[in-house]
Write a protein that binds this ligand. Structure first.
Ligand code: HEM
Length: 169
């Protein structure tokens, strides 16, 4: 048994489950709840983003998934030199990795926006000032495209990772 590959697969898949599971929970349920619950939501976001380990655990799982994924790809492709890279399987894992990288960049933007919202939430007392309202609107406008792109690219990454071995083209 190849213990290195086994360990990398476990790190990759457990990290990926945590990363994508948390991103989907945030994008589908927690984000909309925060936007719908005004002051209470802002208070929740302030605590969630600043006083829990969510951001650090999320970062650790994202980097663990990416590093283990690229390492596995290196092993499978004999460090980018074998015909495996141009096979359906290799291309399938490559497409999945491409979607995961877009999910990574948009997830990073999403996290930064959530931290901005949480910081604004802790400053706003009652009705936001015009300046605070402007900052809130700018973040929400960017979230309007960042969140769906993040959701769809991560789902597509999972789709290609799960099916790559069975693809024929
Ligand atoms: C959203 C992020 C990701 C998730 C959820 C994910 C998930 C998975 C899963 C579930 C498998 C097992 C599939 C199977 O054995 O048939 C897998 C395998 C694999 N993944 Fe990912 N993956 C992600 C990102 C990446 C990235 C960025 C790379 C980098 C190239 C990568 C490269 C690979 C490779 C090469 C394998 C095959 C490993 C082997 O030979 O056993 N993955 N991935």
């Amino acid at each position: 048994m190849n213990y290195l590959t086994l360990a990398l697969r476990l790190i990759h898949i457990i990290g990926g489950v945590f990363w994508v599971g948390s991103a989907l929970l945030m994008n589908f349920f927690i984000g909309p709840t925060l936007r719908a619950t005004g002051d209470a939501g802002r208070q929740f976001a302030g605590h969630f983003m600043a006083r829990t380990k969510f951001t650090s655990v999320m970062n650790a799982s994202v980097y663990a998934t990416l590093i283990a994924g690229f390492w596995l790809y290196g092993i499978d492709s004999q460090w980018f030199s074998s015909p495996w890279m141009h096979s359906s399987v290799g291309i399938g894992f490559g497409i999945g990795a491409g979607f995961a990288l877009v999910g990574f960049v948009t997830g990073f933007m999403n996290g930064a926006n959530n931290r901005k919202l949480a910081a604004l939430g802790s400053q706003i007392q009652g009705k936001p000032t015009p300046e605070q309202a402007g900052q809130l609107a700018a973040v929400q406008k960017q979230q309007g495209w960042v969140v769906p792109v993040n959701t769809w690219t991560l789902l597509l990454a999972v789709f290609f990772m799960a099916t790559a071995r069975y693809l024929v083209f």
